[in-house]
Ligand binder design. Sequence first.
Ligand code: SF4
Ligand code: SF4
Length: 166
Amino acid sequence: MGTINVSRKYTLAQKIYLYYIIKGMLINLKRFFRGLFLQENWTIQYPEQRREYSQRFRGAHFISVDKNKTENCTACFLCETVCPAECIHIIAEERPEDENTYGVWKEKKPASFDIDLLRCCFCGFCEEACPKDAIKLSRDYEMSVATRDEAIFDLNHLKREVKGRG
Ligand code: SF4
Ligand code: SF4
């Protein structure tokens, strides 16, 4: 396999950094004085204030459920297969008959369904691939966690009754 040389030549100003340090400080100073005298705010008082995100924003995943609270997922593995980050892990099992009381017959169900959000790049491929409209990306952007384990969303965490994108 060949290699790509990504090295490049730096100018003297780039080598001694000084020019760029001063340039950065001047930008900060400009922002500081504009905020002070012109009341231009570059930050918001989160969480009291929130930014408006685009309707196309892709946030935390969820698995939609039907009126019977049964997840629409049929454990077909399409989302897991298409995921470029390989962050979806599904274990399938047969769905008991009493879980098919509403709607279309679903032969299989996920015994477990995990998404590792630390690996996910929120491309939305899983949502596009799903034939059951089961996995969706919400507009929820509050996904901070304290440990790596908490970033793995399981089925209980993912199941949600929704209208639209939620
Ligand atoms: S949004 Fe993309 S990277 Fe994230 S789970 Fe879905 S397919 Fe994988
Ligand atoms: S979420 Fe959709 S694509 Fe993924 S396994 Fe379930 S039914 Fe298949």
